[in-house]
Design a protein around this ligand. Structure first.
Ligand code: CA
Length: 217
């Protein structure tokens, strides 16, 4: 899924970004409120990880502005400020959750997945679809009891289609879910990943709607 990390401490930003990329997410990074606002204005994120103390102001300002404009993107505040009043202010401003630094990257990742699922209106973790059993939190999928091994990118694509079940996702929408701003996108990358995914999932799971895109019915 596509994520936005708003964090001005370079080492921490690098560590979080690397970890989340390793899990197959496309991660954009913003080091200031300005950059974060610009990214959110043009890209759709499954979740935003938001630091509060930023060089050009408080993350809460951005959060209030976005919520005021009707933006419902899940936002997870990650900050060193562990005082109760800061947590309350964050939640009041429209944050969905709160983690205090230093946080465990695996826990951060699990929370991101939970909020992204809720953002898609599909809070259930385990689901059965097209003859497959899927564990969204654990990023696992089985067919007839046998686990299918997906790469991080293949899982990302599958997860995007799964989150939009019953709707067609266009090639640009899938590219947006798979790639961050600074990633290089090969022209036929989506087709290549869909084809690999089909080989693993078996026939009849991912449908092609010619000229429109792909979907899981
Ligand atoms: Ca900071």
């Amino acid at each position: 899924m596509r994520l936005l990390l708003v964090e001005d401490t370079p080492d921490l930003a690098r560590a979080v970004q690397e970890f989340l990329r390793g899990e197959g997410h496309a991660v954009d990074h913003a080091a200031t409120l300005d950059e974060a606002g610009a990214a959110m204005a043009v890209a759709e994120y499954a979740c935003v990880i938001l630091d509060l103390g930023l060089p050009d102001g408080s993350g809460l300002t951005l959060l209030r502005n976005r919520r005021g404009a009707g933006d419902r993107t899940p936002v997870l505040i990650a900050t060193a400020r562990d005082q109760i009043s800061d947590r309350i202010a964050g939640l009041d401003a429209g944050a969905d959750d709160y983690v205090v630094k230093p946080f465990d990257l695996r826990e951060l990742s699990a929370r991101i997945r939970a909020h992204a699922r809720r953002g898609q209106g599909a809070p259930a973790n385990r689901l059965a679809v097209a003859g497959l059993e899927v564990d969204r939190a654990g990023a696992k999928v089985w067919r007839a009891g046998e686990e299918l091994r997906l790469t991080a990118r293949e899982w990302s694509l599958f997860e995007a289609l799964l989150g939009a079940r019953g709707r067609i996702l266009s090639k640009p929408a899938l590219e947006e879910a798979l790639y961050a701003f600074d990633d290089t996108i090969e022209g036929n990358a989506v087709e290549v990943y869909v084809s690999r995914l089909r080989q693993k999932l078996g026939p009849g799971v991912i449908e092609t709607r010619r000229g429109l895109g792909y979907m899981i019915a």
